[in-house]
Design a binder for this molecule. Sequence first.
Ligand SMILES: [Zn+2]
Length: 146
Amino acid sequence: MTSTPGGRPDFPLPVPNEDGAPFWEHLRAGELCIQQCTSCGRLQHPPRVLCPGCGSPDRDWAPMSGRGTVYSFVVTHQAIHPSFEGHLPYVTALVELEEGPRLATNLLDIPPGEVEIGMPVEVELVPVSDEITLPLFRRPSSPRVE
Ligand SMILES: [Zn+2]
């Protein structure tokens, strides 16, 4: 069993599709960007062909601050794939970015018993292959200025 940089287990990786490819390209370049409708300004994730707000096909990619809060989470105690064995329990979190969109992700260095809904987190981009850099989240490195 190998571990990736950042201590994340060697889980199966996402496979980008055509709509999502720019999301992964931005991550690989070191930036967390979310698809934004250029007609109504709505941010949407996962990426879509048409804006669910106004139906426009005109889209761009907006850089995010990387700051957010834990909106919801589950602690998994049973391996659903052989690569997860030896890494239980682990946390899958839904992180709400301060700009609004929510990402399904994993948390770094936060034990399952310490995860709380509403806790502040910030993104850390973790390269796990030539193609894939994952947006994972950890506790903020410095106190947040409101
Ligand atoms: Zn729109």
